[in-house]
Design a protein around this ligand. Structure first.
Ligand SMILES: Nc1ncnc2c1ncn2[C@@H]1O[C@H](COP(=O)(O)OP(=O)(O)O)[C@@H](O)[C@H]1O
Ligand SMILES: [Mg+2]
Length: 360
């Protein structure tokens, strides 16, 4: 996969900007606040139809402008694609590939797989379980169309079931048939999600260990523990159990929407005991594992976006990382940093395949 070019129009702080990219390493260099991260986000946007940072689409439109637009040209498995996203103020976006619009945005997921490594990723370790579900969902969805469909259906039935529980709690009439049909759908899609998450985590773990040992020179023992209500018994029974409690709480208390992943360092949860340095190397290894999981399933390299690369880890470890990234295990890469010197010191002219774009 090769992102040849991108054009940003009124995307965040960029009024108009175009880039033709190198097929290997692309560096955006410039002082803080100039919009380097925003450029990575524009690339993320055309890959996954949304910003990595803003959950509200409209926030991506440059202040005062009445639309934003992104144009990209990309080659995937020797096929050229022209991607255009137009988003007017107050309206929904229009996303086309080779001039054809999608019926659903989710149809785009998987065409241009991408992995982002950004400074506020620490939430993946220290934040709520939702962050870790998003991570595993993002990873599998980019390689498995059925997973994404099942996830969307599961969430739809979960919302409907919770609405029913709420109405029952308010004294609404009991409708056992309706409840049973929601249960059946939740079981059907929920078990599929559980199985695929379990499988993905077991594939991710050894790749993760490999990168963790490379990035982290202390050779700490690491593992993942998949924490799901489905580990102990089938979902069907759990949905039927404790119905009065579910009604009282107006929530479905079992199922993959409650899943978590415990990241372990030795016998302890990293979330509670890891130092900042340990958490950083863990995060990078996790993202590199995600990258290689996607690569193995798609049979080509996803794009890799690394924001503030030299901010992440200390000298020795960042040297390891850059050596790694410039090798053949990785494809096209986009990185940002404030100092050009960092990049040239680490990469030198070794690859002969990197471009520097000054953002000011
Ligand atoms: N919708 C928007 N319109 C205009 N400017 C924006 C918008 N969203 C963010 N910005 C601006 O972008 C700038 C930050 O860009 P960023 O990519 O984080 O910079 P860098 O990574 O180079 O430090 C901030 O000054 C912020 O106000
Ligand atoms: Mg930045």
């Amino acid at each position: 996969m090769f992102l040849r070019s991108i054009q940003l129009t009124n995307f965040k702080n960029h009024e108009k900007r175009s880039f033709d990219f190198s097929c290997k390493v692309n560096c955006f260099i410039g002082p803080n606040g100039m919009g380097k991260t925003n450029i990575l986000d524009a690339i993320h946007y055309i890959c996954l139809t949304k910003s990595y940072f803003n959950s509200t689409d409209q926030q991506n439109i440059r202040f005062g402008a009445d639309f934003m637009r992104l144009d990209g040209t990309v080659t995937v498995k020797d096929q050229p694609y022209g991607i255009v996203c137009k988003l007017p103020v107050g309206k929904k976006k229009d996303f086309t590939v080779n001039d054809l619009p999608y019926k659903k945005m989710s149809d785009h997921i998987g065409l241009m797989p991408v992995v982002m490594i950004a400074p506020d990723d620490h939430l993946l370790i220290s934040g709520p379980s939702e962050e870790r579900r998003k991570f595993i969902d993002n990873t599998i969805s980019q390689t498995d169309r059925e997973y994404l469909e099942h996830l969307m259906l599961y969430n739809k039935y979960l919302d409907q079931r919770n609405a029913l529980l709420k109405s029952l709690n308010a004294g609404g009439k009991r409708d056992d048939l309706l409840l049973e049909s929601y249960n059946e759908n939740l079981v059907r899609y929920g078990e599929s999600i559980y199985d695929k998450r379990k499988q993905a985590l077991s594939e991710l773990e050894p790749i993760f260990r490999h990168y963790h040992q490379l990035v982290c020179l202390e050779r700490e023992q690491t593992s993942f523990v998949y924490d799901s209500t489905l580990n102990t018994s089938p979902l069907a029974g759990q949905l039927r159990d404790n119905l009065s409690k579910q009604i009282m709480m107006e929530r479905t208390l079992a199922g993959p929407h409650r899943d978590d992943i415990a990241f372990m360092l030795g016998d302890t949860r990293l979330k509670r005991f890891g130092s900042q340095g340990q958490q950083k190397s863990f995060l990078i290894a996790l993202k590199l594992a995600q990258y290689h999981f996607i690569k193995a399933h798609k049979t080509f390299h996803p794009l890799l976006l690394i924001d503030d690369i030299f901010d992440k880890i200390d000298g020795e470890r960042s040297r390891q990382l850059v050596q790694l990234l410039s090798g053949d295990d990785f494809g096209q890469i986009f990185i940002t940093d404030t100092e050009e010197k960092h990049i040239t010191d680490e990469l030198g002219t070794k690859t002969g395949l990197f471009d520097i774009y000054k953002i000011s």
